[in-house]
Design a protein around this ligand. Structure first.
Ligand SMILES: [Zn+2]
Ligand SMILES: [Zn+2]
Length: 145
């Protein structure tokens, strides 16, 4: 007997198999095309939820958590603040305008990595993509332990 459901399942499985690169390219193009839209959307969201976000940050347990982190990682928090401030003031380009500093990566950077959190090195940062940044920290942790 002809099983329509099974047939369709098999058909779409085969389609995915034979059109792998096409699907991938299509997805990529879609993400690219909707990047600006998404960005505008999250900006609008932040604009309209300013009060909620502010209230959230003011909540005692959230404040306490941030404070606790600050107390155990003061240099890191300060170094990050200095970089955020410099970016806001236009003294430092956004990480996203740079290419990942890791040799051979070539991806768009998303974060700034601090090789040192010490006061005199707070603006000596390396632009890195998310994956390389995470790896760098994992590597550092492994070295430290
Ligand atoms: Zn880092
Ligand atoms: Zn990278």
């Amino acid at each position: 007997m002809f099983d329509r459901k099974e047939y369709q399942k098999e058909y779409s499985r085969r389609y995915r198999e034979t059109h792998k690169t096409e699907i991938k390219l299509h997805k990529k193009a879609y993400t690219e095309a909707h990047k600006a839209e998404k960005k505008a959307y999250s900006k609008a969201w932040r604009e309209t939820h300013k009060e909620e976000t502010k209230a959230y940050r003011q909540r005692p347990e959230v404040k306490q958590r941030a404070n606790k982190y600050y107390l155990s990682h003061p240099d890191e928090v300060k170094a990050k603040d200095v970089v955020h401030y410099a970016v806001r003031k236009g003294k430092l380009p956004r990480a996203s305008t740079k290419t990942c500093a890791r040799v051979g990566c070539g991806k768009q950077a998303e974060h700034y990595h601090h090789p040192s959190y010490e006061k005199q090195h707070r603006l000596d940062v390396l632009p890195m993509c998310r994956a390389c940044h995470r790896e760098t920290h994992e590597l550092l942790k492994r070295i430290a332990s």
